[in-house]
Ligand binder design. Structure first.
Ligand code: HEC
Ligand code: HEC
Length: 493
């Protein structure tokens, strides 16, 4: 108990000190600043390190930092260096109070639960303020590159719609442009050489052809966005300008190149832990800190003893209380076996169900802990009833719920059959396939301390809730100490 108090109570007081010392860290669109080559910005667990591999960046007139559309937003609104090139829900709440809800990040289009709600009220932005979620409007049915509708294997009904957007006559599923709104966290726009690596001509999980980069015609890794809908950083940047920034005209080629160049050279990771000290330790694990991300090679499979995801933590197994805890947590992540069960695209691809494996089986890409192959998996974060927590429906009462009914001739969802209730169908909204309902592309596991909450739906408020989710979901039977260890480990990434 004493140790537990040490682990929990002390950081709170020290975190308060960090906040008192911290500088203004929110970069406004249109700012004129020089971002240094090496920077470290405080968060509740220590400091996040940010590296510009190509040297200092002048934000004046830079397309990542300049509004390119009609709502005053730039990419940086939702991808802030201080918050791991994402934004934390806490920073958004602070922003709401500081600007009386006027910051462009709260733009009606996707910074509110629905554009037709009264925009001056806090409750119209509840998903953003409580969970850090932006509205992602997706055309239903999905369309091919030439604009023709894709064939789909299921129909969708709206069962519950607290924000009102899915039933809205202007924005909803029955509007003139049938659209489904899901609500998702911004994914980090950094360390992207890893995120875009791992291209294969055929997607291992489905046996189908991988998408191709429209510019080069090469197959792509399919790890961008929660549903892999964007084939390349350039295509993604263009969609973001047209969507999040509400541009009426396409960005120029020069603007797109400037955006992609910037986001391809920025690296971020925790550099300092509040008690364990600097984490980029030459004798310690090779994977910690942003310089390692800058310098190492992408596309390495890390689910094995020879090339572990973040390196070996043996040098930290000594007397330092926090380093030892982090090292134990790293070992749980890499080596603790438990029964993976009913996770589509892991248990359903011929490896067995259940399957005795580790966290690193799914989070297997070295340095980022994504999936080296196309990373969509239904781990149980959006579909009912895989999420077994009692009262889930009430807990998730602010999110929409959809009922998906699959055609009888389609392959069913392997564990939930042909009728599935879900808060976000994930990959299925793009592929139109029943087996993909609820599969979400895993995010990179870096800079976590700077960018709570977690999972695409923001359903885990903090790292403890991530660990509790896995403990329940896979019946891991972690002790309190082991949970602390795993949290401490995730916190230094
Ligand atoms: C209003 C907030 C917002 C703005 C503005 C915004 N993004 Fe994002 N970004 C998001 C969200 C939300 C996601 C995740 C969407 C999903 O998973 O479907 C995302 C995802 C991404 C990703 C994918 C990362 C990954 O690992 O999958 C990249 C890259 C990115 N954004 C870059 C940009 C760029 C470049 C711009 C400016 C042109 C931009 N974003 C503007 C909210 C925003
Ligand atoms: C069956 C595959 C699988 C296993 C095993 C697995 N994960 Fe995940 N993980 C995922 C998927 C898929 C997501 C994305 C889910 C979502 O966003 O809804 C995810 C997301 C996460 C995130 C959220 C990252 C973010 O940016 O929000 C963390 C942290 C995480 N996993 C840690 C772990 C840990 C620790 C373990 C072991 C206890 C583990 N995972 C085991 C598939 C897996």
């Amino acid at each position: 108990m004493y140790r537990f108090l040490l682990a929990v109570a002390v950081p709170v007081t020290l975190a308060a000190q960090y906040q008192a010392n911290s500088r203004v860290t929110w970069i406004e669109p249109g700012a004129k600043e020089i971002i240094p080559q090496f920077d470290a910005i405080g968060n509740y667990l220590g400091k996040l390190g940010i590296v510009q591999a190509a040297g200092p960046v002048d934000t004046a007139g830079h397309p990542f930092f300049t509004p390119l559309g009609s709502n005053g937003r730039a990419c940086v609104n939702c991808h802030q260096p201080a918050y791991g090139m994402s934004v934390s829900a806490e920073s958004l709440r602070e922003r709401w109070h500081e600007t009386d809800g006027k910051d462009p990040v709260f733009a009606a289009f996707d910074g509110s639960n629905c554009p037709d709600l009264p925009q001056d009220q806090e409750k119209s932005h509840s998903l953003l303020l409580n969970r850090g979620l932006f509205r992602i409007p997706l055309a239903w049915p999905p369309r091919n590159a030439d604009g023709s509708p894709k064939p789909v294997e299921f129909s969708i009904e709206v069962v519950r719609d607290p924000g009102g957007c899915n039933l809205s006559s202007r924005y909803g599923l029955k509007s003139a442009n049938p659209t489904l709104s899901v609500y998702r966290r911004p994914r980090p726009a950094a360390n992207l050489k890893y995120v875009t690596s791992g291209a294969q001509a055929i997607v291992l999980k489905t046996g189908m052809l991988a998408d191709r980069d429209p510019d080069t015609a090469n197959p792509v890794g399919m790890n961008l966005m929660s549903d892999a809908r964007e084939p390349s950083l350039k295509a993604q940047a263009k969609s973001a300008v047209m969507g999040h920034e509400e541009a009426h005209e396409s960005p120029s080629r020069k603007e797109l190149d400037g955006i992609v160049e910037f986001e391809s050279q920025i690296y971020m990771a925790q550099v300092e832990h509040i008690f364990a000290g600097p984490v980029a330790d030459p004798k310690g694990p090779f994977g910690l800190g942003p310089l390692a991300l800058r310098d190492r090679r992408a596309g390495v499979l890390g689910d094995n003893d020879f090339d572990p995801v973040f390196g070996l933590f043996d040098a930290w197994k000594g007397d330092d209380y926090y380093r030892a805890s982090i090292a134990r947590g790293a070992n749980i992540f890499m080596f603790r076996q438990f029964w993976l069960r009913d996770a589509t695209h892991i248990n359903s691809i011929g490896l067995g169900n259940p399957l005795k494996r580790t966290c690193a089986t799914c989070h297997n890409a070295q340095m980022t802990g994504q999936d080296l192959s196309a990373g969509w998996v239904d781990v149980g974060t959006t579909n009912y009833p895989t999420w077994t927590e009692p009262g889930t429906w009430a807990e998730q009462a602010d999110l929409p719920v959809f009922k998906v009914t699959c055609r009888r001739d389609a392959d069913p969802h392997p564990y939930l059959g042909r009728v599935i209730y879900t808060t976000d169908p994930g990959r299925a909204l793009i592929s139109g396939r029943c087996v993909d309902v609820g599969s979400i592309v895993m995010q990179q596991l870096r800079g976590l301390a700077a960018r709570a909450p977690y999972f695409a739906s923001g359903s885990a408020k903090n790292l403890r809730e991530v660990v509790d989710f896995y403990d329940r979901r896979f019946d891991m039977k972690l002790s309190e100490t082991e949970k602390d260890d795993l949290m401490n480990f995730l916190g230094v990434l």
